[in-house]
Ligand binder design. Structure first.
Ligand SMILES: [Zn+2]
Length: 487
């Protein structure tokens, strides 16, 4: 007897171009069988799949749960938003310093606290990427892999001298990152992080493809100079001004620096996060040519694929790197369709309406906070705009399920196949809806995607065989578990 049989779905596979009409059987939270028909009397319970598409549960590999409100609350509301979007695995960036837990120290002390707060809160399965901020963190990388199953790390290239919000950031680098006097969050620190990550890769041959370093690539010096020029000239405003203040070549240059450092340190697994522009993508492709021994993965966000500088969302769509003009957006799509970009994420950072814009100057984008949510719309957004441009369902399943799962050491996530976790999204490609923040489980209260009509809708989400979302509502208590990787 199977625990559950989901009858009559059209299965979307990341590894097979064919969409298969079938039934899926689940036992002990795992996929037990996939057959053309599975008899109802072989199952303790039956769920009617109504001929919907069945995608593997999404792996949203870039979220920032707990950045602007306390992790204990954010983990609940924002993981509910994830379940709405068909996401069953949320991988979150976490670091010491201001925001998040607002404290510093060794990860040996800090990270157990993160895990203790997270425990029992998430409605989807979760993991963390960690950013070595203090010098001593470099020596903790191997311990984090061994003890906590954290296999991915991050560098924020511009933090050292530009802060999180550019001009709106107050205080010094050491205050912001809470680093000891005399330490610098700079290129030299990044080099030594890379050396430590590479050492860990060499010491763990069984998981060497699954240990990686991610970089947010923007150059502080370029951004500082251009922010000043844009403000002095005063001819641009809103998202156009913000894009001009952090110009695409600031991304391109940072990608060159990161890639050369990866070459210098022989750090072999590099993830270039949220490429937003033609220059960024072209720089990444050039670096791939230059350094074929480095395995580069290139990420793009659903925000950069759906929004452009003319979006009515204006300041609500402030994010780093910035939302770009339509030409850049279409370039991202063209490279995504060519298979040059590896995965799509939300970069979900719930930044509440009251906090997002400056109270006195709501129209001044330079004073707004960075980041917004969007995990709810990851699949519908990709499907809506992807279908218009001829993207296949298989390709979509690669971009939001299989590719991030593979890179980040989630060996039984990202596909619907026997032995995998029964993470399944039932999706109706023929339904459509207009995005309304009011209908989201997120605590954000607005969304830059407001009013967009998306074709295709998540109907039900199963996490390890348990129904966690149906009919527009999340169901039951939080059932997410921490994923020690490789998982
Ligand atoms: Zn991010």
């Amino acid at each position: 007897m199977y625990d559950l049989v989901i009858k009559n779905v059209r299965l979307v596979s990341p590894t097979n171009p064919e969409v298969r009409n079938c039934d899926i059987a689940i036992t002990d939270e795992k996929i037990a069988a996939i057959e053309d028909t599975i008899s109802a009397d072989q199952a303790k319970s039956i769920y009617d799949g109504k001929s919907y598409l069945a995608f593997p549960g999404l792996v949203d590999a870039h979220m920032h749960t707990g950045i602007y409100s306390h992790l204990s609350e954010d983990a609940i509301t924002e993981s509910k938003a994830a379940a709405m979007g068909g996401v069953t695995t949320s991988i979150n960036y976490m670091r010491t310093g201001q925001y998040y837990l607002n404290k510093t120290g060794k990860y040996a002390d800090f990270y157990p606290e993160v895990l203790a707060i997270s425990d029992g809160k998430f409605h989807v399965d979760y993991a963390y990427h960690l950013a070595p901020i203090r010098y001593e963190h470099r020596d903790e990388i191997e311990m984090l892999i061994e003890k906590f199953g954290v296999t991915s790390f991050k560098i924020f290239m511009f933090y050292g001298s530009h802060g999180l919000h550019g001009k709106a950031s107050k205080g010094s680098q050491n205050e912001f990152l809470m680093t000891p006097e005399g330490e610098h969050y700079d290129i030299a620190h990044f080099e030594f992080i890379m050396r430590s990550v590479q050492q860990a890769i060499e010491k763990n041959p069984d998981k060497s493809d699954e240990i990686s370093l991610s970089l947010h690539c923007e150059t502080a010096e370029i951004m500082r100079a251009y922010t000043e020029i844009v403000e002095r000239e005063g001819t641009l405003s809103g998202l156009r001004a913000y894009s001009a203040s952090r110009p695409p070549h600031s991304e391109g240059l940072a990608i060159f620096i990161a890639s050369y450092l990866a070459h210098e340190t022989a750090c072999k697994n590099i993830n270039l996060l949220h490429l937003s522009s033609q220059k960024a993508v072209d720089a990444a492709l050039m670096m791939e040519q230059c350094f074929p021994h480095v395995n580069f993965k290139k990420e793009v966000t659903i925000g950069h694929l759906l929004l452009d500088v003319d979006s009515p969302a204006a300041g609500h769509a402030k994010v780093n790197p910035p939302i770009r003009d339509r030409e850049n957006v279409e370039y991202l799509w063209s490279k995504l369709l060519e298979g040059k970009l590896d995965w799509v994420v939300s970069d979900h950072a719930c930044c509440s309406a009251e906090f997002k814009l400056d109270n006195k100057n709501p129209d001044n984008i330079f004073l707004a906070k960075s980041g917004f949510g969007g995990t709810e719309y990851l699949l519908s957004g990709l499907h809506t705009e992807g279908t218009k441009r001829g993207m296949t369902l298989q390709h979509m399943a690669q971009l939001v399920c299989h590719n991030p799962a593979t890179r980040y050491g989630l060996r039984s996530k990202g596909d619907i196949a026997v032995g995998y976790d029964a993470d399944i999204v039932l999706y109706d490609p023929n339904d459509s809806f207009v995005v309304r923040a009011a209908e989201s489980e997120s605590a954000q209260g607005y969304t830059p995607f407001e009013g967009m009509e998306l074709s295709g809708k998540v109907k039900s989400t199963f996490l390890r065989g348990q129904l966690i979302f149906e009919n527009g509502k999340t169901i039951g208590e939080s059932k997410g578990k921490y994923l020690k990787r490789p998982y």
